[in-house]
Design a protein around this ligand. Structure first.
Ligand SMILES: Nc1ncnc2c1ncn2[C@@H]1O[C@H](COP(=O)(O)OP(=O)(O)OP(=O)(O)O)[C@@H](O)[C@H]1O
Ligand SMILES: [Mg+2]
Length: 200
């Protein structure tokens, strides 16, 4: 079963996944935790390029790099894990590509959906947790951190990406649970556990 976490930078995806990891471990579930872009040797190399703030990358190139990274991850890790009936938890996945590369960068959504489907084929995401907050508060969780290439975009970009995520969630109501990223970490965690236990 595949579970994804989505949301703009600093929303708390990684924080929540770490808490979930502890919970699943304690309960003895068979699971694997992955992040995009990354998770294979080639995908991690692509990640380095994507996040390097010294590089100027064209929008189309960026899209194909994300998709290339995903192709490796799907074939080498996700598909085998799903075959072994593991719970696959992914920090960002196909919805991030639509939110960032379409709503953010302006590449046609239909094209991205087609390419996403080409890469993941029959893989179905069972549940997506969207950590949502208003990006006018963008940056408040970035104290002292050097911004990467994507975090360097302006406020308008992050607003469009957030709107993108909310639209995707609205179009896929059954798959998504939207969580207020400004609630306390433990409150959000409890909501995720309560929800997940219904489908595990
Ligand atoms: N609910 C919360 N309330 C307050 N602070 C939080 C909350 N969730 C996460 N944080 C803090 O916000 C910062 C960003 O969280 P985190 O790294 O989990 O976000 P992220 O969504 O994974 O971001 P990125 O997309 O950049 O990887 C961290 O310092 C984390 O401790
Ligand atoms: Mg993170």
């Amino acid at each position: 079963m595949m579970i994804t976490f989505e949301g703009i930078e600093g929303a708390g995806k990684t924080t929540q996944i770490k808490l979930l990891e502890k919970f699943l471990k304690k309960r003895g579930y068979n699971f694997v935790i992955l992040r995009e872009p990354g998770g294979t040797i080639v995908s991690e190399k692509i990640r380095e390029i994507l996040l390097d703030h010294t590089l100027d990358i064209e929008n189309e190139t960026e899209l194909f790099l994300f998709l290339a990274s995903r192709s490796e991850l799907v074939k080498k890790v996700i598909r085998p894990a799903l075959r072994e009936k593991k719970i696959v938890i992914c920090d960002r996945f196909v919805d991030s590509t639509i939110a960032y590369q379409s709503y953010g960068r302006g590449i046609p959504e239909r094209l991205i959906k087609t390419l996403n489907n080409f890469v993941i084929k029959d893989i179905k995401i069972r549940r997506t947790y969207l950590l949502d907050y208003d990006p006018k508060n963008y940056g408040i969780r970035f104290n002292n951190k050097t911004k990467d290439r994507i975090e360097n975009n302006d406020l308008d970009f992050h607003k469009r990406v957030r709107e993108g995520f909310l639209k995707i969630a609205d179009q896929n109501k059954k798959r998504f649970l939207i969580l207020n990223a400004f609630e306390p970490v433990e409150t959000i965690h409890k909501k995720i556990i309560d929800d997940l236990l219904k489908i595990l």
